[in-house]
Design a protein around this ligand. Structure first.
Ligand SMILES: Cc1cc2nc3c(=O)[nH]c(=O)nc-3n(C[C@H](O)[C@H](O)[C@H](O)COP(=O)(O)OP(=O)(O)OC[C@H]3O[C@@H](n4cnc5c(N)ncnc54)[C@H](O)[C@@H]3O)c2cc1C
Length: 457
């Protein structure tokens, strides 16, 4: 929080929105349509459609198709001022936020502040796991994972060491929520359909994908028949599903799994461990909690009031993944509906202080090609119909006509054919380790973190 007084430039606006994800964009669009001036500050230039990140990691879509520029999206609204910057502080008594942009620390006055800064992966007190695993929260995460997948298959194709080959073709996915399930299903599918076509000496059975979940079911929020169907589908496709088990240790060569009920511990070796086991609110939630006296719960999420106001403030709102309210799921509908609700209060369409009412339009999760699950009210769907519904709904919410059109073409190529249009290696297979560069590799570097090299290099 230091440095707030070093901020020099001060200007003012009606509403400051922080973030450019689902919550921020929903707020911005509603305000823009009502003609309310606002400044949107985000540390990323894009509006990232996180639900399709796994398709970037597995070569179906390119980052550009799921991450259009937020500036371009809001360009048609003259009262929208989009700024690239990181909000680092808020001074509620002065109605001012402090943000860093272009190497400067700046101040911006507001009448209302709407924070939608989202969440990152939670490691439950084992932050060292972040350096040993792959996450899927940002475009960079997806690209890093894609490079790693390509590198593992390429090296497994040529290595003469059977032990190394086995490790390269072993993947552990921690957490059987939607992200873990999507990734586990997709990696197996890559082995069966994409790499099987072009790498003759790797059979799908050589590739091990282990999905580890602490709860006793896959996709725990669904439960019942839908969780059971998801587990069976994954197992049919060759994924090893390990339930009621925690990952208690991770190192460069694999993970230790412990089953609390039996006290059984076992070790799995793998070159790639993907972590998708819970979320932790981004740093700005801590700042807001401290400045407004707002309580936080597990994962640092703000315990907001029913109208999304934060702590003692009645002009600061927080929405989306950074907050918790009535145990509603940290998913895009909660962020978007929250953003619209707050905007409606600001433009006077509903009274300030109106409690938020969530409209449950159903939940869905994709398992693998042609298989998904959907729940709408009491109706539960599984299999192909649910899969088509999943694609249709995600297409509708994907921003931009061009992106929708390209996504449909890419899906046809990948799901009906065997293509992965975005596994073109020039875009970034990690460099092949050689005796020379392995010796100089520092301990905290992950293979996929290295600079990409063109295939010809
Ligand atoms: C892999 C994956 C798959 C998912 N699948 C689904 C799904 O199928 N269905 C579903 O409903 N939900 C899904 N979700 C969840 C959904 O994406 C989130 O609930 C949603 O993105 C939350 O929106 P948000 O606006 O709160 O935060 P985000 O969308 O995360 O946006 C946060 C924004 O804040 C910005 N920011 C952060 N800190 C600062 C700062 N200090 N200053 C300025 N800007 C800052 C970031 O750059 C970002 O733009 C998935 C999430 C992931 C990661």
């Amino acid at each position: 929080m230091d440095g707030a007084d070093t901020a020099t430039r001060i200007d003012r606006t009606d509403v400051v929105i922080v973030g450019s994800g689902f919550g921020a964009l929903a707020t911005a669009k509603k305000l823009a349509k009502a003609g309310t001036p606002f400044v949107l500050i985000s540390e990323t230039t894009e509006h990232l459609f996180q639900p399709l990140l796994y398709q970037v990691a597995t070569g179906v879509l390119s980052p550009g198709e799921i991450a259009p520029s937020v500036r371009a999206i809001l360009a048609e609204y003259p009262q929208a001022d989009v700024r690239l910057g990181r909000v680092v502080d808020v001074l509620p008594e002065e109605n001012t936020v402090v943000y860093e942009a272009g190497g400067q620390r700046l101040r911006l006055g507001y009448k209302y502040l709407v924070a939608a800064t989202g969440a990152r992966q939670a490691y439950f007190g084992r932050d060292e796991f972040a350096d040993l695993t792959y996450a899927l929260k940002t475009v960079e995460d997806a690209e890093r994972l894609r490079r790693q997948i390509v590198r593992c298959f390429e090296e497994a194709h040529v290595t003469t060491d059977p032990e190394r080959r086995k490790n390269l073709l072993s993947f552990i996915v921690v957490g059987a929520g939607p992200t873990g399930v999507e990734l586990a299903g997709q990696i197996k599918e890559l082995a069966q359909r994409y790499f099987a076509e072009s790498i003759g000496n790797i059979r799908a059975e050589d590739v091990t994908v282990t999905l580890v979940e602490g709860a006793d079911k896959v996709l725990p929020p669904f439960g019942g028949k839908l969780s059971e169907y998801s587990k069976e589908s994954l197992e049919k496709s060759g994924v090893d599903v390990v339930l009621g088990t925690m990952v208690t240790d991770i190192d460069e060569h694999g993970a230790t799994l412990t089953t609390p009920t039996t006290e059984e511990t076992r070790r799995l070796t793998a070159e790639t461990i993907i972590w998708s086991a819970g979320i932790q609110a981004n740093d700005f939630a801590d700042v807001l909690a401290e400045r407004t006296g707002c309580e936080t719960v597990r994962g640092g999420r703000l315990l907001v009031d029913p109208d999304f106001t934060v702590g003692r403030s009645d002009d600061i709102f927080a929405i989306g993944d950074m907050v918790t309210l009535d145990n509603l799921p940290a998913q895009s509908p909660f962020a978007m509906q929250g953003g619209r609700h707050v905007a409606k209060m600001i433009i006077g369409k509903v009274a300030m202080g109106t409690p938020f009412q969530y409209k449950d339009k159903g939940s869905m999760a994709i398992i693998n090609r042609f298989r998904a699950i959907t729940r709408v009210g009491k109706i539960e769907l599984t299999g192909f119909i649910a899969w088509v519904l999943w694609l249709a709904v995600h297409l509708v919410y994907l921003v931009g006509f061009r992106n929708r059109y390209i996504a449909v073409l890419s899906w046809c190529g990948s799901f009906l054919g065997h293509r992965r249009p975005h596994f073109y290696y020039a875009q970034g297979a990690a460099p092949v380790p050689t005796a020379e560069n392995e010796a100089t590799e520092t301990k905290d570097e992950r293979p996929g973190d290295k600079e990409a090299v063109p295939a010809s290099a």
